[in-house]
Design a protein around this ligand. Structure first.
Ligand SMILES: Nc1ncnc2c1ncn2[C@@H]1O[C@H](COP(=O)(O)OP(=O)(O)OP(=O)(O)O)[C@@H](O)[C@H]1O
Ligand SMILES: [Mg+2]
Length: 355
């Protein structure tokens, strides 16, 4: 659809859908402008109030516009969530100098179907996660947090990510308190270091194992940092990844401190933490400082609530986000990467040949 056509359509729709105290485009109450940049697949809608208006220009107007736009743009465009966003229109006229701007992407996100999990998708430091969405881990960081209730698809999504990094040459150490069958087979077929609590052994032994793995990663960070300081040349490290599934199962103050260190210091020298948990709260899983430094954050839930988003997307209200549906309930939710800071609908890649 051309921008001009969308603009005309929105003019009609918003006029009937919004209560603007009787003001309309023809009465010069506001203007609507649409711009689309096909090259980047994005665009924006500007709502320009013409002052003085008899309707208040406030957060409420922004929220109502947002709610209406989300619905009327679907399924041709996806609105990017974000707070009220005033931009200058560039006009010298005081009455029309500002606009409320809503950014969108052309089309909706859709699920990738992966017939062979071992196909390598990474290209120039980016990993495609949906049709139309790439995780730019080279510029963000490789630290990833995945939360979601049981069966939401955390472990399988993590397995996909780990496999892509492994194909890229990453060294991976896995901590799996639940001894997940898929993860165990994944580790075994690739000969990865894999830790789980052994039946009948002292429960503290597993806790000690975990601390040892995390400490080793912190030591490696120190070594890599020293290499950088002592070398004239640019250092290119291959990623070293510690993966922790169901992190709440063994968490202690010591393990949380070590994980925080890895997240805060590991980014530059490619020592990464990938962590999954039902909830990412600071008291039992990971500190809020570490949480905020993750390169990728994923909440898996087909109907995310404010509570689901509370830790990874603080203050975000998912009520108005449309998550496109397909026949699968797993791997649905919301995603945000550090490099663009946008929380958008997510459908995890569907793996057809699960190992
Ligand atoms: N991306 C996917 N592609 C194909 N199948 C999937 C995918 N995600 C989940 N599944 C299916 O759903 C099941 C549950 O997913 P998964 O084990 O990842 O959930 P979880 O969130 O880790 O839950 P749990 O609390 O049980 O560990 C998998 O065994 C698999 O059959
Ligand atoms: Mg799991």
């Amino acid at each position: 659809m051309e921008a001009s056509k969308l603009q005309r359509y929105l003019q009609v729709v918003l006029q009937t859908a919004l209560d603007t105290a009787g003001e309309t485009i023809s009465s010069n109450g506001y203007k609507i402008i649409v711009k689309i940049d096909k090259a980047i697949g994005e665009g924006y809608i500007d709502w320009i109030p013409i002052l003085p208006t008899s309707y208040p220009i406030d957060k409420n107007l922004n929220d109502r516009l947002w709610s209406v736009l989300v619905g009327v743009l679907y399924p041709f465009y996806t609105l990017f969530p974000g707070g009220p966003n005033f931009v200058p229109t560039g006009s010298d006229d005081f009455c029309s100098a500002r606009a409320l701007r809503f950014h969108f992407k052309i089309g909706i996100y859709s699920r990738m179907h992966i017939s062979d999990m071992n196909t390598f998708y990474i290209y120039k430091g980016s990993l495609p996660l949906m049709d139309g969405y790439e995780y730019d881990f080279e510029h963000a960081s490789g630290h990833i947090a995945i939360s979601g209730s049981s069966g939401s698809g955390k472990s399988i999504f993590a397995e996909f990510l780990l496999n892509q990094f492994w194909l890229m040459g990453a060294e991976i150490v896995m901590i799996d308190p639940k001894l997940d069958h898929n993860l165990w087979r994944f580790a075994r077929t690739r000969n990865l270091e894999y830790h789980y609590p052994k039946v009948g052994s002292n429960p503290n032994a597993f806790g000690a194992d975990v601390l040892d793995i995390l400490s080793r990663a912190v030591t490696l960070i120190g070594e890599r940092q020293a290499t950088v300081l002592n070398s004239e040349e640019y250092q290119k490290f291959s990623p070293y990844i510690v993966f922790v599934d169901e992190a709440a199962a063994f968490s202690t103050k010591q393990s949380r401190d070590l994980m925080e260190k890895i997240v805060l210091m590991g980014r530059a020298c490619k020592v990464w933490l990938i962590i999954s948990a039902q909830s990412m709260d600071a008291t039992s899983v990971i500190s809020s400082t570490a949480r905020d430094s993750m390169g990728l954050r994923v909440v898996l839930s087909p109907n995310p609530s404010i509570e689901d988003c509370r830790y990874l997307f603080k203050g975000f209200n998912p009520a108005d986000v449309v998550i496109p549906r397909d026949e699968y309930r797993f791997g649905l939710g919301l995603i945000e990467q550090m490099s663009d800071g946008r929380i958008v609908p997510f459908l995890a890649p569907f793996i057809e040949n699960l190992e």
